[in-house]
Design a protein around this ligand. Sequence first.
Ligand code: PEP
Ligand code: MG
Length: 585
Amino acid sequence: MSIQVFGLPVSRGVAIGRAVLVASSRVDVAHYFVEPERADAEIARLRQARDVVANELTTLKRELPPDAPGELAALLDVHLMLLHDETLADATKHWIQDRHYNAEWAVSAQTEVLARQFDEMEDEYLRERKADIEQVAERLLGALAKAQPLMPLSGTARDFAGEDPLVLVANDIAPADMLQFKGSVFTGFVTDVGGRTSHTAIVARSMDIPAVVGAREASRIVRQDDWLIIDGDAGVVVVNPSPIVLEEYRFRQRQSALERARLDRLRHMPSVTLDGEAVELLANIELPGDAAAALAAGAVGVGLFRSEFLFMNRNGELPDEDEQFEAYRSAVEGMHGMPVTIRTVDIGADKPLDRLTVHELRHEHALNPALGLRAIRWSLSEPAMFRQQIRAILRASAYGKVRMLVPMVAHTGEARATLEAVARAKQQLTEAGVPFNDVEIGAMVEIPAAAVSLPHLLRYFDFVSIGTNDLIQYTLAIDRADESVAHLYDPWHPAVLRLISDVIATANAAGKHVSVCGEMAGDVAFAELLLAMGLRSYSMHPAQLSSIKQRILRADGARLALALPTTLSSDDPASEWRRALGGTN
Ligand code: PEP
Ligand code: MG
């Protein structure tokens, strides 16, 4: 039977494919296809892992202290039995042989199927055996991880005929894990939790893959292999659609491919308004390799390089200065002389470092991480690490035009401490004879306090970039990653618009470059409004660039500006602006 599940639309487009259900704890398991000729080798790898686990369990049982409770030995026997049970052992092989999944993916797919079956059992005792299956699977995955390094994920590895497209369904996906899916086999994503501007959603958008988050029950309702339609424009997931619905969505897929091809033609056109105002369209990137997509989309630079993604998935090891330098240099060279704005790490909140690293740095678990030791606060609390990053950024400036952007600034004290750290890093490089160029330093305006007291901050910074994702979160006291309050996360709120408009006006009046790099910059609904506010620099996911350019090309900035005051003073700015747009454009 066909069912619809509703969530938040976070990445546009329609994906149609078979569901791959992944437990949140196993999202970071490698998902790739193995060529049919390698299936036997992959099954042998799985068998070896199973032998290792069988040994582990037998040894554990043998070494149980004599006074250990009898249940422990019985439990280990159950685990040994499950390990060899055909529902796990043979069925796992089927995913490798018939679906060409790698061994880790096969184990996690079969575990998911079994977990569902246990969930549905009437008998409570049997239902609880689900935990045993999961523990055995964890051991198997552990043994597989040790047996052989993970193969790089590759979308191209799925070239064999007959494969259905796949979409991933999970309760939650951490931003760092999401990043691993870049260029992977999945053509769409659904998660139960998350907000529109959560970093998981942002990464999905940067991958330009249809995604719906905050779909609450999705991972409970959807079953492994169900056919799904993910409507990333409307935030709807259709489970096992009827042929008519399927055909309608396939039609929409074709339409949107045509629309994209049409927009693509704008890629290398200069972006200038009808009344002749040039507007700079920049790209947001997460990894140096994304520079290629930025260039291809026609970006004239990088307005936000979220450097913290270099610090994730590291098994506890932070990138040192040289590694960071190489990454920044690669982004800079990749942009062929266009400016690259590198944001210093914004660790914390929904982008924690992995457990080991956090432990290493002795950071306690924060009660309210969005208000805690995040971004520049974190950097200033780790001065050696901060200077390392600054030196790496400065060194990259010898290879192209680099700007440094500081996240979450609120106090002039933070500005001074940052500038001191930069001065110290420059001195160290000079003493060591390492070349670097002058780097402009900018502040992200993403805390209302920074927006309101901007003139004070502007004394210290060369430019500002408005992080609307956080500015909305902190102005409205809405956790941007929490789907239960997502309906209150409102970019159209009069307070939000007033702050953005004031920041743009203040920066323009002071002659300081101002950009917007939050998600509002890539949202076509705000393109003209931001222009009317005086914005001439937008930074967004490369995939959004052409749509925004289309709006800019059709806009008359001066006429739009006339309609701004009534919108800003309205208690319903969205309707007021729509009305004004109808009349002016
Ligand atoms: C923002 O807050 O708008 C921003 C661009 O930074 P991030 O989304 O990484 O917090
Ligand atoms: Mg931010």
